[in-house]
Design a protein around this ligand. Sequence first.
Ligand SMILES: NC(=O)c1ccc[n+]([C@@H]2O[C@H](COP(=O)([O-])OP(=O)(O)OC[C@H]3O[C@@H](n4cnc5c(N)ncnc54)[C@H](OP(=O)(O)O)[C@@H]3O)[C@@H](O)[C@H]2O)c1
Length: 229
Amino acid sequence: MTARKTILVVGASRGLGLALAEEYCARDWQVIATSRGRSPGLDGLLARYSATLEIETVDIVDLASVLALRARLGGRRLDTLFVNAGICKAAERTPLQANEKDFLDMMLTNALSPMRVVEAFHDGVAENGAIAVMSSEIGSIAKCFGFWELYSASKAALNMLMKAFSARHPDDPRALLLVAPGWVRTEMGGPAASFEISDSIPLVADMVERNAGIPGVRFLDRYGDILPW
Ligand SMILES: NC(=O)c1ccc[n+]([C@@H]2O[C@H](COP(=O)([O-])OP(=O)(O)OC[C@H]3O[C@@H](n4cnc5c(N)ncnc54)[C@H](OP(=O)(O)O)[C@@H]3O)[C@@H](O)[C@H]2O)c1
């Protein structure tokens, strides 16, 4: 009998993060799923998977909250760390039009804070495991077509910080993955998005687990195809 694997999904209250938690529960993993506040979605999941789902609390922009979560988990071994949390503000604005705080909030939530979580928790991830952060296709500078440009800039910054983390850990055996899930109908993606959550998240989980234990930093889509930086 093999031991159940463990994943920590950060930002799992709704949308893609909740679906990731559900997907790994269905795969019989031990799932630690975080929200900032009460999550009806996670409560519903807990009713179905009370033995294997643990609900935790963290606000990733609050460093004390991140460190408190690390202390509560007390060095738990993780097979996969998946930082999903993210925001989008001022999507259609240009730099001249944008409210500065909206831009700073995105840089803090989408770039700096996910990488603080990675730095705080990476020691607990197994050598044959994976550290994944939710990026976006539109974080690719090479493929930029001007859509949601301020949000895209925050995901490009995230990609850079993950690259820098990788450069600081040249012998790291874990997969370091920047995941592009596709344009998905969630509160953030909106109703005009191309895909349902169910078109994306099972493929994302398959792709992350196929990559586990394969060292190096990669920016990839849900199929595992490499995207240009
Ligand atoms: N949907 C898409 O088309 C798409 C495409 C590419 C990439 N992405 C990325 O995928 C991720 C999930 O997006 P989504 O579409 O599922 O968005 P969503 O429905 O708006 O959900 C965002 C999630 O992030 C959490 N979150 C936001 N700020 C947080 C913070 N400071 N600390 C902890 N959790 C926080 C939210 O928690 P609360 O409930 O507490 O707000 C929520 O669980 C994001 O990183 C997004 O940028 C989405």
